[in-house]
Design a protein around this ligand. Structure first.
Ligand SMILES: NC(=O)c1ccc[n+]([C@@H]2O[C@H](COP(=O)([O-])OP(=O)(O)OC[C@H]3O[C@@H](n4cnc5c(N)ncnc54)[C@H](OP(=O)(O)O)[C@@H]3O)[C@@H](O)[C@H]2O)c1
Length: 349
């Protein structure tokens, strides 16, 4: 376990970075993303922070909190329902028009539901889209800015240690918990015909796992993390029937087993900035405290990280799914969805 003391000591060093780190928080109006954005505001000078979500009032209050922590923060709220990929494209175009580089893409959009398949106008399930397709579309669109951040001249005043990182918060191991098979249904990856909430959870997690692994192989100067936050008291249950009441009842009962929200933010800021999770180009052959990547290679550039900063141990079921060609098949499917929905304006499939 990475101790909270180590996390805090690392985060305190971020003040020495050059001002003007650029970070995008998708789902930044609430919960883990907001808590991490606040931690970034606390520990860095003049960061440019983009918050993406739907709620204007939540964004107003988030920005006021950020400004009270650090008046030098430069916040921007982009209001959008990003369960639609066309909206993801518009938001990314707005960011790309304003920024030349991006140091951190941090993503948490999603919600809990008991509803079955709920199709968007683009033919994808809404929850699946928020947990997987929209997040991967953000990565694809913003990669040029992430690559620019990785290429910054370290001697320039504005260089920020070439930080170029993607963090997606969900759960890399949900498909193998409680005896889960850890397999993907390659004949129906989007679950158009075989949707269940359980399969949706497993597919969103596994497809995120393997898409990020593929990204890290191809984009050697950016690192890609899929993290599990453990239990954190946030608004994640707000869309469940009686979710507000349920959360209020569970919170005191489960407090001892949960990660406090501010600690989660500090821990995620560590995940987002620590040299423990280097990109492939730096990590290969690196000595010292470097995490083992999701494919079992130290410093591979893709990391499946638990709430405490440690990577998940190797898992045979996930290894078997990888051997079945998961990286290539998931990337090919995702590219196909993006082509059909975003370039051709069709519904999928
Ligand atoms: N909290 C936990 O205990 C826990 C445990 C395991 C995994 N997770 C996963 O971790 C992630 C983060 O959870 P959290 O607890 O931080 O949740 P949260 O507090 O509910 O935050 C979710 C964020 O997603 C945004 N969002 C939801 N639907 C959206 C949409 N259609 N368009 C744009 N933004 C949207 C929300 O903003 P708006 O309302 O402003 O749109 C909010 O900022 C989730 O994927 C969750 O499944 C959480």
């Amino acid at each position: 376990m990475v101790s909270l003391q180590t996390v805090q000591a690392h985060n305190a060093t971020l003040k020495s970075l050059a001002p003007g780190l650029v970070a995008v928080f998708v789902g930044g109006t609430s919960g883990i993303s907001l808590s991490t954005a606040l931690a970034l505001a606390r520990h860095t000078s003049s960061p440019k922070i983009y918050l993406i979500g739907r709620s204007q009032s939540a964004a107003d209050s988030a920005i006021a909190s950020m400004k009270s922590i650090n008046p030098s923060v430069q916040p921007t709220f982009l209001q959008s329902d990003i369960s639609l990929l066309k909206n993801v494209d518009s938001v990314c175009a707005e960011i790309a028009a304003k920024e030349k580089k991006l140091n951190l893409l941090f993503m948490t959009p999603g919600y809990m539901t008991l509803k079955g398949r709920d199709e968007t106008a683009e033919g994808l399930d809404r929850k699946f889209s928020l947990h997987y397709y929209a997040r991967m579309r953000f990565i694809s669109n913003l990669l040029p800015l992430l690559i620019t951040a990785a290429q910054e001249d370290p001697s320039s005043d504005s260089a920020n240690t070439r930080l170029s990182r993607v963090v997606s918060v969900l759960d890399p191991h949900v498909a193998v918990r409680a005896g889960g098979s850890g397999t993907l249904d390659f004949s129906d990856l989007s679950l158009k015909n075989t949707f269940s909430l359980q399969k949706c959870g497993a597919h969103a997690s596994l497809m995120g796992d393997f898409f990020l692994e593929g990204m890290a192989q191809r984009h050697r100067h950016t690192s890609f993390l899929h993290t599990y936050p453990s239990g954190v008291a946030t608004g994640v249950m707000r869309e469940l029937p009686g979710g507000g009441v349920l959360a209020a009842v569970l919170k005191p009962l489960l407090r001892a087993f949960m990660v406090p929200i501010q600690e989660s933010g500090e821990r995620h800021l560590f995940a987002a900035t620590s040299g423990r999770y280097p990109p492939k180009a730096e990590g290969e052959g690196m000595e010292g405290d470097v995490a083992v990547g999701s494919d079992g290679t130290k410093g591979s550039g893709s990391y499946w990280v638990s709430w405490d900063g440690e990577v998940f141990p190797e898992n045979k079921k996930l290894g078997k799914t990888r051997e079945e060609g998961a990286v290539e098949k998931v990337v090919q499917h995702t590219d196909e969805v993006f082509k059909q929905v975003c370039e051709e304006g069709k519904t999928y499939p």
